[in-house]
Design a protein around this ligand. Structure first.
Ligand SMILES: O=c1ccn([C@@H]2O[C@H](COP(=O)(O)O)[C@@H](O)[C@H]2O)c(=O)[nH]1
Length: 285
């Protein structure tokens, strides 16, 4: 819990380290390629190497909850420790758990992940707005009250997402309604001249969709988490083209693209630095 808003802390971190978020996605193949057993003990050593490699070195680390949940309570304990170690090192985290439900259930998810007594808090949480942007209200409010943020899925990096996210409803496309929701929630921050705390997830792989759907990402004053850079095929130049005038608010994520350089900690760190520099050059504001 902190009194400095998430958007302010994220902007500082990106200015200092470049616009890269490293994902901690312990896929079975990766864990085994690091010479580790694919069990809770291997997971723990994998996570520890990530802390050693990335703490204090990159703007943000994004653990993917699914790969920890696989191991039940022992996996969740590793996730909690990973988040705590990064927090202690002063490195921002986004917990990628993509929570989304009716409002009353979201209250519990909000308490679990962004509340003052959250057992495994990150600095921000990814949320799924498929039950409607309004269902995220309590999560947005609680996150802001603890200096945390949320990232709302808007245009995801997978090809199947377009079928839902490009669909046209009463007030335009589904994606546009998410951007409008974030813009409204970030308006007060914009008036203060700072980046908002309600981020959007927009894949670096979406091609011309941001333009085609007329999404004004810059006006949303939202941090933009852009997965798809690296293993999913988007390069830094693609990120610059996809986001245009909003490129300065983009935090590109790479998980496997960096992690494949492990288990050597120096090699992991060097890979992250190369990507952060490449992105900073391409997205220069
Ligand atoms: O639209 C989305 C939203 C989230 N993700 C997540 O990001 C990482 C990407 O991993 P890579 O290894 O860099 O492909 C992963 O955790 C996804 O669940 C996404 O890819 N697209």
């Amino acid at each position: 819990m902190t009194s400095t808003p998430f958007g302010v802390r994220l902007r500082r971190a990106m200015d200092e380290h470049g616009p890269l978020c490293v994902g901690v996605d312990p896929h079975r193949a990766l864990v085994e390629s690091w010479g580790l057993p694919y069990d809770a003990s291997g997971l723990e050593r994998f996570a520890r190497s990530c802390v050693e490699a990335f703490a204090g070195e990159v703007a943000v680390v994004k653990p993917q909850s699914a790969f920890f949940e696989v191991f039940g309570s022992r996996g969740l304990a590793v996730l909690e420790r990973l988040l705590a170690d990064l927090r202690e090192a002063g490195t921002l985290t986004i917990l990628d758990a993509k929570r989304g439900d009716i409002g009353s259930t979201m209250d519990a998810y909000a308490a679990a992940y962004v509340g003052p007594d959250a057992p495994s808090p990150g600095d921000a949480l990814t949320v799924n707005p498929y039950l409607g942007y309004g269902a995220l209200r309590s999560t947005v409010e609680l996150a802001r009250s603890t200096g945390r943020g949320v990232f709302v899925l808007a245009l995801t990096s997978n090809p199947e997402g377009a079928n839902v996210q490009h669909a046209v409803g009463e007030r335009g496309t589904v994606a546009a309604s998410m951007v409008a929701g974030a813009a409204a929630d970030n308006a007060a921050a914009a008036a203060e001249g700072r980046l908002g705390d309600v981020g959007l997830v927009v894949g670096a792989t979406v091609g011309s969709a941001v333009r085609d759907l007329g999404l004004d990402l810059l006006a949303a004053n939202a941090p933009i988490l852009a997965p798809g850079y690296g293993s999913q095929g988007a390069g830094a130049a693609d990120v610059a083209v996809v986001f245009g005038d909003a490129a300065g608010n983009v935090l590109a994520n790479s998980s496997r693209g960096v992690l494949r350089h492990g288990p050597d900690v120096a090699a992991l760190r060097a890979a992250a630095r190369r990507d952060a520099e490449e992105l900073a050059l391409a997205l220069r504001r």
